[in-house]
Structures are given as C-alpha cells and as structure tokens.
Design a protein around this ligand. Structure first.
Ligand code: MF3
Ligand code: CO
Ligand code: CO
Length: 276
C-alpha cells in the first residue's frame, strides 16, 4: 500500500512515501522551475550549427550561477555535467562534449536547477537549423504526448491515466514509448516517489492527490521502443538507431487539475515548431 506524507514534516529521503506539498512549497517550486524555463528559453538563440554541447552546458552552469542556482545533475551519482544533451538517436542522458551540433540534428536539452532547495526539472527539443519533416513530426508528436499526459493529471485519478494518454496517442501516430525511463516525484529531492510511467492503463499506478509534485517526461521513438546504455554508463540510445525525442515539465497537483511549473514565460515551450 502506498502512503502519503506531509512534505513539511517527513524525513527527506526517498522511502517510497509520496510527499504532499503546501502553498509555500508550491511557491518555492514556481521559482526554481521558472529559472529552469528561462534557461531553456535562452538556449533557443544559442543552439545552432557549429555550437558544441559543452558550450551549451557551460551556459547552463553560468546562467544558474548568475541566479543563485546549482545544476542538480552536477556530481549526481557520478555525472559531471550541468545538463544532459541528447542528439538524434540518443534517448536521454547524453553527456555534453566538444563535438559541434550540425544542421539537421535534433537535440534534447534537460536542465534541473536547485534554487533555495527546490528542484526545477524540464527539457525541450531544439532543432539545429533546418531539420527533416520526419524529425519535426516526431517532435510534434512527443510534445503533444507530454501535453496529453498533463491533461490527465487531477486528484482522484491514477498516475496510470497519464501513461495511458501518452501511449495511446504515440502509438496512434505510429511511434513508440520508451519503457526504460520514467517521470518521478520531485521537490526538495531530485528523484522521489512515485514513478510516473509513460505507458499503461488508467487503473494502474497510485491515486493522485492535491499537493503531489512530479515530472512527466515522455521519450518517444520513430522506430522500436528498445534502448541500450553505452559504455560511458549514461548515454541511452535506441537499439534500432531510430530518432528519439523528449519534452519534460514539472507539475503540481491542484484541487481541480495541475499547475505546470516549468512553462516558458516567452512561449518557447516547443522551439522551432509552430506555436501550439
Ligand atoms: N534531468 C533528468 C531527469 O529528467 C535526470 C538526469 S540525471 C543525470 O530526471 F545524472 F543523468 F544527469
Ligand atoms: Co526528470
Ligand atoms: Co530532466
């Protein structure tokens, strides 16, 4: 049986209990998540052919430092970068390096800032110059998956409703849902209970309650869903080398739905795609 605890008084470790947050916690998350969204906004003008993912990562570190925030990924379980940069067939956890982006690439940039102890976790896809129609369509489908997942969030429903909404849309569009990675509770911890699966059925998972805070971050492939992790221990790629896309928001469950904490203040939630 899953148990729910008051985030204000529960010990700060992931023991499987689900934290319920109050108004002050939501305010803390708004600030951290807004900083992450503003960083992802700034990156729209930075991502272009010739730029290295290392330069992008440096910007993420500096922007955080300028605003009193630390990247949560830095020294997290041995990871040594301020962001994840996942290009083309890389599903997630791509490690920034000195290789330049090239025209036609699509890259996911995933940033989590810690501000005043609160974690703001979000990612978007960035087309590099002009990209193929198939790549653009995959990004559109994946963003729509995220938004349909978010639309399923409300108290009383189960987390499986999120996965069901995502899976049914992705597969109707002849795409596949990655099973090996999921969304997660977030707040004062980076990765907390519960897991948010991006597939499944509405009667699975745990009941959503007001005050829960978690991410939804579907990874959608043009080909088959299977992934493998490269020898660096982080980089996850599609086994069939098909293109993969991902968008991520952090949301808080409200009395009648949810608040999306990581929305772009500039309306740049889907860079390079027509405004939704
Ligand atoms: N930000 C990723 C997420 O959405 C986690 C990255 S962990 C890292 O949960 F160590 F790979 F950076
Ligand atoms: Co996340
Ligand atoms: Co993330």
């Amino acid at each position: 049986m899953v148990t729910y605890v008051d985030a204000a008084t529960a010990p700060l470790k992931n023991n499987g209990q689900i934290r319920l947050h109050g108004a002050e916690d939501f305010e803390g998350m708004r600030k951290a998540c807004n900083l992450t969204a503003r960083c992802l906004d700034e990156l729209v003008a930075i991502v272009k052919p010739g730029v290295t993912t290392e330069a992008i990562d440096r910007f993420v570190f500096e922007f955080g430092a300028d605003h009193g925030a630390m990247p949560a990924t830095l020294n997290y379980r041995g990871y040594t970068k301020s962001s994840c940069t996942s290009i083309n067939h890389v599903v997630c956890h791509g490690i920034p390096n000195e290789k330049a982006l090239k025209e036609g690439d699509i890259v996911n940039i995933d940033v989590t800032y810690i501000l005043d102890g609160w974690h703001g976790d979000s990612s978007r896809m960035y087309p590099v110059g002009r990209v193929k129609r198939a790549a653009e369509r995959l990004m559109e489908v994946t963003h729509e998956c995220l938004m349909r997942g978010i639309a399923a969030v409300r108290p009383g429903a189960k987390t499986g409703a999120i996965g069901a909404a995502i899976q049914s849309y992705a597969e109707a569009e002849r795409c596949s849902v990655v099973r090996d990675f999921c969304g997660h509770g977030v707040g004062r911890l980076f990765h907390d209970a519960p897991n948010i699966l991006h597939y499944g059925s509405p009667n699975e998972g745990v009941e959503m309650r007001e005050g829960m805070i978690f991410t939804i971050e579907p990874m959608i492939n043009l080909g088959r869903p299977h992934v493998k992790v490269l020898g660096d221990g982080w980089t996850a790629v599609t086994r069939d080398r098909s293109l993969s896309a991902q968008y991520e928001h952090t949301v808080g469950v409200t009395a009648d739905g949810c608040e999306v904490f990581t929305l772009s203040p500039a309306g740049l939630d889907r860079p390079g795609l027509p405004a939704s």
